[in-house]
Design a binder for this molecule. Structure first.
Ligand code: PMP
Length: 353
């Protein structure tokens, strides 16, 4: 605490991401992709310094947004890019949710939403998950007087995803406020709501290059929505920084989007490994929530989450443990390579013996 901080900053509780290990470990705690980005990325990187580094990036990110638009079959005016979807989410909070009325949000979801709500003075109305640990879309839709709705699909850290049909029925009921669907994990088996954007001008979908495109180190995320919503984001962004993303991120993002073969191979590997991991965890007695993401959320009836977390850490394996009443017993385990998951299972066998 410093005397120089404003009262608002004194009140802040920042988001704390999973730890960055200093020594070599198997890192299954922050949902990164175990596979490298598309091969075209290395080629683009080799030429980058000579061709681009001395110049400012394109303030409209036109080339990247065009490639994004082409890959989703939408118009450039429906796209927005930013430094990771965390930044895009921050802009959305400022553009759409800064009102006196509450923002409807699931009680268990991505922990950055409360951080932004706190930072931008947005009140959250939290809706408990249902008995199957699923986001209760009905409760979100039923609430009255709000500044908007936000949820992740698949949800984090649970991994459950709702169908497109379920999301559309929420959109039919919430028509006068922004509905933000955070699709950070959508490529690992869920249906994207991007196909609904043309019909629902209040729908904003956010996505990231950090997970299915293996580019978490770059900070590149996007939003897709009606030109009206994109303009709102643009106004906030232009008041913050004239350049949406740097030229390196644009170049690399384009290469990653172009290579559909690599993208599909990597995500299919992750999905296959996820299902194999789920089975093996279940054989060890874990309850594993069904997941459409690149992680599983699991608890063991006989062992505390903290105990398993520490046991794994001692064996050089990092997973995520949330120290809250509701989630205390669970571990969120990122899907790594098959070898990494074999090591995880061996370590758990030893701990649970
Ligand atoms: N949304 C959710 C649900 C996430 O779990 C994450 C990753 N921590 C993000 C958004 C942010 O991803 P990034 O900023 O890397 O694009």
């Amino acid at each position: 605490m410093s005397q120089y901080w404003s009262p608002a900053v004194r009140e802040l509780t920042p988001y704390v991401p999973g730890e960055q290990p200093r020594e070599r470990v198997i890192k299954l705690n922050t949902n990164e992709n175990p596979y490298p980005p598309a091969p075209g990325v290395s080629e683009a990187l080799r030429n980058y310094a000579t061709d681009h580094l001395r110049l400012y990036p394109d303030p409209t990110s036109h080339a990247l947004r065009t490639t994004l638009a082409e890959s989703y079959g939408i118009s450039v005016a429906e796209t927005f890019v930013g430094n990771g979807s965390d930044e895009v989410l921050a802009f959305a909070f400022q553009a759409f949710f800064c009102h006196d009325t509450p923002l409807d949000v699931p009680s268990i979801t991505y922990s950055f939403y409360p951080v932004y709500a706190n930072l931008y003075g947005v009140t959250l109305r939290k809706h408990p998950l249902n008995a199957q640990w699923e986001v209760d879309l009905n409760a979100l839709a039923n609430a009255s007087e709000r500044s908007g709705v936000i949820f992740a699909n698949p949800n984090a850290p649970t991994g459950h995803a709702h169908s497109l049909e379920a999301i559309e029925s929420l959109l039919k009921r919430v028509t006068n406020r922004v509905v933000l669907v955070d699709e950070a994990y959508v490529d690992f088996g869920a249906e994207s709501a991007v196909t609904l954007v043309g019909r629902y001008p209040n729908l904003l979908v956010t996505g990231t290059f950090s997970k299915s495109r293996s580019l978490a180190g770059l900070r590149l995320g996007y939003a897709i929505g009606s030109p009206e919503l994109i303009d709102g984001l643009q106004r906030v962004k232009d008041s913050f920084n004239s350049y949406p993303v740097d030229s390196l991120a644009s170049l690399v993002g384009i290469e990653a989007l172009k290579d559909k073969t690599h993208f599909n191979a990597c995500r299919n590997n992750v999905i296959t490994t996820r299902e194999r991991t789920r089975q093996r965890l279940e054989q060890l007695g874990f309850d594993v929530l069904p997941s459409k993401a690149n992680f599983v959320f699991a608890q063991h009836p006989d062992f505390e989450g903290a105990q398993l977390f520490v046991g794994l850490r001692e064996r050089g394996i990092l997973v995520r443990h949330f120290n809250t009443d509701m989630l205390n017993n669970f571990l969120r385990i990122t899907i790594g390579t098959d070898d990494e998951m074999d090591s995880l299972i061996e370590a758990l066998e030893a701990i649970c013996r």
